[in-house]
Design a protein around this ligand. Structure first.
Ligand SMILES: NC(=O)c1ccc[n+]([C@@H]2O[C@H](COP(=O)([O-])OP(=O)(O)OC[C@H]3O[C@@H](n4cnc5c(N)ncnc54)[C@H](OP(=O)(O)O)[C@@H]3O)[C@@H](O)[C@H]2O)c1
Length: 239
């Protein structure tokens, strides 16, 4: 188990894919650092993980687009655990509709949350990964980082931006033995959508457990192996 005893930062861990991933990783004796804005949800997840006595768990409550908050997360993590083995860039928000309808506020909100946060958090963890000549950055993009749909102009633009910067970053940091892995998924049953997690419309979509297992597969590879890209869909979704 290559992920055993590793220090792992997960953004957007209060619900959806990030929460399920945190709970599944807790089985592997890891140091988990969980980030989101919802304090109560994070406290609940932390209590569950600590109660199982299988992993350590620290939580950071704040807005991922605030760069001083990201500095705090990284410095506290290093102070406590000395290194960062994995960063899971999972936070993402959506906004959909005709190109006519978007406001400047929505535009900046999506770019700050989806692109700026994953870009700068990657920037901030890399010096520590370079120093240890190891580490992995996994970004949960979406299949719409590689294709578009008619009401997705803004969301797709942020996912293409993530695809672009992570792909350039992969080339830059490979000589340091640092793995950069992107996950491109189709529809996942979570609260990300207008309809809530568990809704009837989501019944044939991927479950957050399917995502967590795939992400752990990408993380849990020998030192000499990197899964650069993983594309995953529910069989019911056309691709
Ligand atoms: N669901 C899908 O169908 C699907 C498909 C393809 C790709 N994805 C991608 O998968 C990733 C996770 O999506 P999900 O379905 O798990 O979504 P979700 O259930 O809506 O969860 C999003 C997480 O991000 C956190 N978050 C949002 N804005 C934040 C901010 N400004 N600062 C800190 N945390 C913030 C939320 O926590 P708080 O609200 O507590 O802050 C929550 O924990 C996203 O990048 C999404 O684009 C999703």
């Amino acid at each position: 188990m290559y992920i055993k005893n590793k220090t792992i930062i997960i953004t957007g861990a209060s619900k959806g894919i990030g929460k399920t991933l945190a709970l599944e990783l807790a089985e592997y004796s890891c140091n988990l650092i969980l980030i989101a804005r919802s304090e109560n949800e994070l406290l609940e997840i932390q209590a569950t993980i600590l109660k199982s006595k299988k992993s350590n768990c620290s939580i950071f409550v704040g807005d991922i687009s605030n760069l001083s908050f990201l500095d705090l997360v990284v410095s506290k993590t290093i102070e406590e655990f000395k290194q960062i083995d994995f960063l899971i860039n999972n936070v993402g928000i959506g906004c959909f509709g005709s190109i006519q309808k978007y406001t400047e506020e929505e535009f900046y909100s999506l770019f700050e949350t989806n692109v700026k946060a994953s870009f700068f958090l990657s920037q901030k963890v890399l010096p520590f990964m370079k120093k240890s000549k190891s580490g992995q950055i996994v970004t949960i993009i979406s299949d719409v980082g590689k294709r578009v749909f008619d009401t997705g102009a803004l969301y797709c633009a942020t996912k293409y931006a993530q695809e672009a910067f992570t792909s350039a970053m992969r080339m830059e940091v490979r000589p340091f033995n640092i793995k950069v892995s992107n996950i491109y998924s189709g529809l996942v049953d979570s609260d990300f959508h207008a309809t809530r997690q568990g809704s009837k419309e989501h019944q044939y979509w991927l479950k957050t457990e399917d995502m967590a297992k795939s992400i752990i597969f990408v993380m849990n590879q020998p030192k000499n192996v990197v899964i650069d890209e993983l594309m995953i869909h529910p069989i019911s979704q056309e691709y």
